[in-house]
Design a protein around this ligand. Structure first.
Ligand code: GRF
Length: 202
């Protein structure tokens, strides 16, 4: 029998995607357990929520540390917790190659745009300012580029009817909360492989 997947969640802020994943784990929609929640920001709302849920948490501040040095501390904490999958959930750091190589094809991220459009920060504002009529969100495997790994799943969100970028962000966020648990559920329960830029199921 294969053991239940142990998830490590990395976050820097609000943590609403973490909560969506946690609800899916708690309800059994995702067959996994959350082994550790890590934040680079002590006192981030997401880590407070994790604590209040009784989950194992650790804050590893990045200030005063080189990126690789910080990443290796995070990797060490994840290894100690015997984590085998990592979900980035609003983790505002680019991972160094040393981190990515430590968990090949086992790091997942959600980004609030239809990649490859609008990578990086403030994706929703970028989409709004550009004037696109459709945006959305993307779940992808993480490589050492910026929002550039193979795509697992995407959901579209219409821009029409939004008054501003905030309203668009809220629409996208509610789709993120559906897409991320669904994509993680598939990665954990189905056969898949990476073929070029694509994650192919089946
Ligand atoms: C989300 O928009 C996610 O797509 C992006 O960062 C934001 C995190 O929000 N990567 P939350 O902390 O999950 O509420």
């Amino acid at each position: 029998m294969t053991r239940t997947a142990r998830l490590g969640i990395l976050l820097s802020g609000r943590g609403s995607n973490f909560q969506a994943l946690q609800r899916a784990v708690a309800s059994g929609d995702i067959e996994a357990e959350i082994a550790l929640v890590v934040s680079n920001v002590e006192g981030a709302p997401g880590i407070e929520t994790a604590r209040s849920l009784g989950l194992a948490t650790v804050a590893i501040p990045h200030e005063g540390r080189k990126r690789r040095e910080h990443d290796l501390l995070v990797v060490e904490a994840l290894r100690e917790a015997e984590v085998d999958w990592i979900c980035l959930a609003g983790y505002m750091r680019i991972l160094s190659p040393a981190f990515v190589e430590a968990f090949p094809e086992r790091i997942v991220n959600i980004h609030p745009s239809l990649l490859p459009s609008f990578p990086g920060l403030h994706a929703q504002e970028q989409a709004w300012d550009y004037g696109v009529r459709v945006s959305g969100c993307t779940v992808h495997l993480v490589d050492d580029g910026l929002d550039s790994g193979p795509i697992v799943a995407q959901a579209t969100v219409p821009v029409d009817g939004c008054a501003d970028a905030e309203e668009l962000s809220a629409r996208i966020l509610s789709q993120e909360h559906v897409l991320y648990p669904r994509a993680m559920g598939r990665l954990l329960s189905e056969r898949w492989r990476v073929a070029g830029r694509r994650v192919v199921f089946g």
